[in-house]
Design a protein around this ligand. Structure first.
Ligand SMILES: [Zn+2]
Ligand SMILES: [Zn+2]
Length: 141
């Protein structure tokens, strides 16, 4: 499940899937590679300088397309503040309730987690989302 995306491989994948490659779409991809867990608004803000005509809707629909073809995923936590990331590695998250930052965690004990999720093999699991929340190391100091 660990794919490491680069700009080139993402654009190749988009072409394979028959998506139109536009400068705006490329920019969304670049920002997903650059920014840690950005919201759609954050991506939009980073884009308006270069693409004054871009709308939040364009950003959002591009993100949706990238999700549909398996390149990105949405870390759902209510629609407006939803964050996005490249769907490259299976990892867990820690969300800090003070600074709002989202950290990646290495999954641990995947086997016992899968055993629980599949109800010991009865269910087919397509994915799993683990999110811890609390106060991060920086905010605890
Ligand atoms: Zn924090
Ligand atoms: Zn992440």
């Amino acid at each position: 499940m660990a794919v490491i995306w680069s700009k080139e491989s993402i654009v190749a994948r988009m072409k394979e899937e028959g998506l139109r490659i536009t400068p705006q779409r490329i920019q969304v991809v670049e920002l997903l590679l650059e920014l840690p867990h950005p919201t759609a608004d954050r991506i939009y803000e980073a884009m308006v300088g270069k693409f004054p005509h871009v709308s939040p809707t364009t950003v959002y629909s591009t993100l949706k397309l990238l999700i549909e073809i398996g390149i990105a995923r949405e870390l759902a936590n209510g629609s407006k503040s939803s964050r996005f990331e490249l769907a490259e590695t299976d990892h867990w998250h820690f969300r800090c309730r003070l600074c709002g930052r989202l950290f990646n965690l290495e999954p641990d004990n995947r086997e016992s987690l899968m055993a629980a999720g599949t109800d010991h093999g009865r269910f087919q699991v397509d994915g799993c989302r683990v999110e811890f929340y609390g106060v991060c190391a920086m905010c605890r100091e």
